[in-house]
Structure formats: C-alpha cells, structure tokens
Design a protein around this ligand. Sequence first.
Ligand SMILES: [Zn+2]
Length: 197
Amino acid sequence: MGDFFERIVDLDVTAADASALAERMVDWMVSRGWLLRETSRDAMYSLQVDEGYVPGPDWPQLTREWGADWIPGPVAVIVGRHDHYPGQGAVEPASAVCPHCRATTVIIDYPEQWEADPAVWQPFSDAIDAWKRTGTGSATCPSCATPSPVTTWQWAEGFAVGALAFDFWGWPPLTEDFVTEFATRLGHRIEHHTGKF
Ligand SMILES: [Zn+2]
C-alpha cells in the first residue's frame, strides 16, 4: 500500500445527481468483483471522506500488473462540489486554458514564482467558491474576455473541480480501457490524474 492515489473526477454531474450516480458506479464495481461493500479507513487520506470501499477479488482486472502480492487500498467516493488537488497542500493550479479561445492563463509563473499571482488567481478562486456554494460560477478569460463555467476550464495537471470524485488509494496504474469504460458509465467528461499525500 502507499500514500499515492489515482483520481477520476466527473466534471459535469450536478450535485443533485452525484449521490445516485455514485451508488450506481459502486453497484457496478461490486457486481464485477472489483470492490466489496465493506469499507475501511486504512491507508487512505482523502480530505472529504474518511473511509472507502475495499478492493474485491477481481481488482487486478483494472490495473497493470504489479506483482501478485500487491494489495491496493480503499476507493474513496467523494460526493459534493469540491476543488480537488493532487496533494496534501491546496496548491493552486499553475495555469488554466480557456475553453472558448484556448489561451493559457499562467497562474503560477514557475520557476520564477512559486506562488499564485494573487491578481490572476483571485477571480478564478472567487468563481470556484461561487460554484461550490451555488453550483454555478464562471471565470472570465483575460485573453478573450469571455466568461466560462469553472468546470469547463482546463486546469493544469492535478487540479479539477467536480461534484463526484473517486480516489483509488495505492492501486497500481489503472488501465486505459478501464478509465474509458468508467467515463462511459459516468456519461460525462472526466478529469483523470494521480496525486500523492
Ligand atoms: Zn479565452
């Protein structure tokens, strides 16, 4: 087991639908023998939930081969509008791509800077907060001046906002086939990334 995770975030589901969709996804994975109904708090560190579903006997079908003695940790199912970070600290995304004009807005100017430019980040941060509170929030692109919902911006690697997320704790890398099938089942756009606690 380890302190790393692979995360799939549903970018389009509404908070109202997230619970039912989460249940359907868990039912599906339990029916395939990939997860058990049983939950555990061991070896997982998701910020929003403190227990996850224990892997089922057929979990190796979902991952690359990492040796027969590997035991993955729980899968946390996170329902609700959240901003998801790739690590323990809430480090802002380094950049964001406008869904309208595809221009990249630099938020943290690595390697010259190690923190977000407050003037650049604040409008994004405010829009994300509004989305978390109400379900809608748009950030205006500095390049084309078009406002777009925060769930449609393409954030730099490891950051995502969405109302349903799945954290696979300590699993060997998930196969592309599984991630594709998972997204098809969700029926929405997804963000898929790895992270470390
Ligand atoms: Zn733009």
